[in-house]
Design a protein around this ligand. Structure first.
Ligand code: GUN
Length: 291
């Protein structure tokens, strides 16, 4: 068996095309474009690359960018003030604080300051609570992107055994809840799970968000499973050349899985696209065009 590629890049382009058209129509009708503020503190190079991608996507879709970049030594109080003023700004529909933030900043306290209706990252306790309760709300972009990717390939989680490896608030926990919402039987595995391979081998749908390069090998995957690799790990090869790789050993797993996401070009482009989709959704609600 050779796994079919779950092409997040192609799907992201298709959805972005649809969103661009929707934004153009909305801007003409309502007299303003949706607006997104991405806040970045410090100069983590990976974060800078993610933020650039988000800003590029905004430009492509004609979503107004209110992004700001702050020096590493910025205080909690300064950032809190910025968030409060963005909460009040009628042209801003979405606010995102790029994580991680420098050590002196309490990220949770900061995220809690974002108006839940503008929380396009879906990380505010109100939106996470809505997800737990199965209520309408803004959903975290990466797990939401994974769900859209599965849906686009006709892969229904209903009745399937899903294993999520990783329990972060950004991916693992919301991912498990979204799979549960889609009627999968969900197991959450993590760094303290003994015999991880025995657990991952039960998965019809395996989602990995661990941040450990290529640790999921073919022996850990049930034949015919759908494997979604959320990991993006920077690795330096023996010649000193850096490259990005996932949590999954693509070469070996490709021969066992039925579907597999590549890194890059799998989940990553979907994350950015769901951020754009959430910004449009927030705009629609704020303009009174959607419940
Ligand atoms: N850092 C890495 N991924 C993300 C994300 O999806 N949202 C935020 N806010 N920070 C991140």
């Amino acid at each position: 068996m050779v796994a079919q590629i779950l092409d997040g890049k192609a799907l992201a382009q298709k959805i972005q095309g649809q969103l661009a058209q929707q934004v153009a129509e909305l801007a003409a009708k309502q007299g303003r474009s949706p607006g997104l503020a991405v806040l970045m503190v410090g100069d983590n190079p990976a974060s800078a690359a993610y933020v650039r991608n988000k800003e590029k996507a905004c430009a492509k879709l004609n979503i107004a960018s209110f992004g700001r970049h702050f020096p590493t030594e910025t205080t909690q109080a300064e950032l809190t003030d910025v968030i409060h003023s963005l909460n009040q700004d009628p042209n801003v529909d979405g606010i995102l604080v790029q994580l991680p933030v420098p050590d002196q900043i309490d990220a949770v306290a900061l995220l809690n300051q974002i108006d839940p209706e503008k929380d396009v990252d879906g990380l505010h306790p109100v939106n996470l609570g809505r997800l737990v309760r199965g209520e309408v709300g803004l959903r975290s972009c990466t797990p939401f992107g994974v769900m859209r990717l599965l849906q686009a390939y006709g892969i229904s989680p209903r009745g399937k055994q899903a294993v999520v490896v990783g329990r972060s608030i950004l991916v693992g926990k919301p991912q498990a809840l979204m799979l549960l919402e889609a009627d999968a039987t969900v197991v959450m595995a993590h760094s303290k799970t003994p015999d991880l391979a025995a657990v991952t081998r039960t998965a019809d749908i395996l989602v990995t968000a661990i941040g450990r390069p290529e640790i999921i090998t073919a022996e850990m995957v049930k034949p015919g499973a759908v494997v979604v690799d959320v990991g993006i790990n920077r690795v330096v090869d023996e010649n000193g050349k850096a490259y990005l790789t996932g949590d999954v050993d693509f070469a070996s797993v490709q021969a066992v899985a039925s579907y597999l996401t590549p890194v890059t070009g799998g989940v990553g482009p979907m994350t950015v696209t769901m951020l754009m989709a959430n910004t449009v959704e927030s705009y629609l609600r704020r303009e009174g065009l959607q419940e």
